[in-house]
Design a protein around this ligand. Sequence first.
Ligand SMILES: NC(=O)c1ccc[n+]([C@@H]2O[C@H](COP(=O)([O-])OP(=O)(O)OC[C@H]3O[C@@H](n4cnc5c(N)ncnc54)[C@H](O)[C@@H]3O)[C@@H](O)[C@H]2O)c1
Length: 281
Amino acid sequence: MSKIALNDGVALITGAASGIGKETALALAEAGVRAIALADINEQGALEAAQESRRYAKHASYRSLAIKVDIVDEESVQTIVDTTFREFGRIDFSVNSAGMGNISGAITPNLAVDVFNKTVETNIKGTMLCVRAVAKVMADQGPLSYTSRHGTRSLGRGSIINVGSVNSHVAAPGMLSYTTSKHALIGITKSAAIDTLKSHIRVNAVCPSWVDTPMNHASLQRVPQLAQIIKAVSPLQQVATTDEVADYIVFLCSPSASYINGTSLVIDAGATLTAHVSRVT
Ligand SMILES: NC(=O)c1ccc[n+]([C@@H]2O[C@H](COP(=O)([O-])OP(=O)(O)OC[C@H]3O[C@@H](n4cnc5c(N)ncnc54)[C@H](O)[C@@H]3O)[C@@H](O)[C@H]2O)c1
């Protein structure tokens, strides 16, 4: 089966030490990008992922770099963006996967304010800071183009992909903080897409349901009935693999997605098509 080839380009990925962010780094390396900056609060994890990405890299002069970042810290975010630009000369693909999951499970009347604050700070402010800083760099760089069957097609100045969730679109009990933060991610995505139209930067979101990552493993530990819920609610009766999400992110970086902007794609095997199908069939 043929995979999408990128053959060039520079990526900056947050949350790259683990899960979806790490898998995206491996997938982008395999697709042929020239360089990737892997940023995470877990520096050692980012370093190991950067090394692993070299095993899959297709570009002849591929380079990878691990950088520590705390996405809620404005200066820290600016540092990873400046470092990526200094080392590699441009940023074509920016994947914002760093984030925190649902940590409490308390329903609305019992919600602790500090849980809410921490979740929205990480997932909303953290993503906003990354999108803002990268968009500035992209707006100042030259556009890329691609020669298709019908001539030259502009690819614009860059592609930003925010990792949302099905909770960007639907609610679930005991998930107010996470659901609110992921709904806001769609607001960030659409607003940034509109604000950067003139610079021809594309900003999109991917919205997976359950994905086989350490974040999901932590939820399975915290909520004993979750495994049963996934089996009942997912039409495929299982979580997504990380590469099922990363492959779509690679597509959004690719020339094939040159006309896609401001959208969010739900990746859930159809789980949110309707409510509780299994109960009526
Ligand atoms: N796993 C799922 O089931 C699932 C489903 C839908 C959406 N998501 C979203 O996907 C994204 C990635 O999650 P994952 O499942 O790969 O989880 P993960 O825990 O495997 O990876 C998250 C990474 O983000 C990093 N991180 C957290 N806070 C950070 C901060 N302040 N600064 C820098 N790095 C930070 C962590 O160190 C970790 O490496 C998250 O935004 C999550 O909400 C996950």
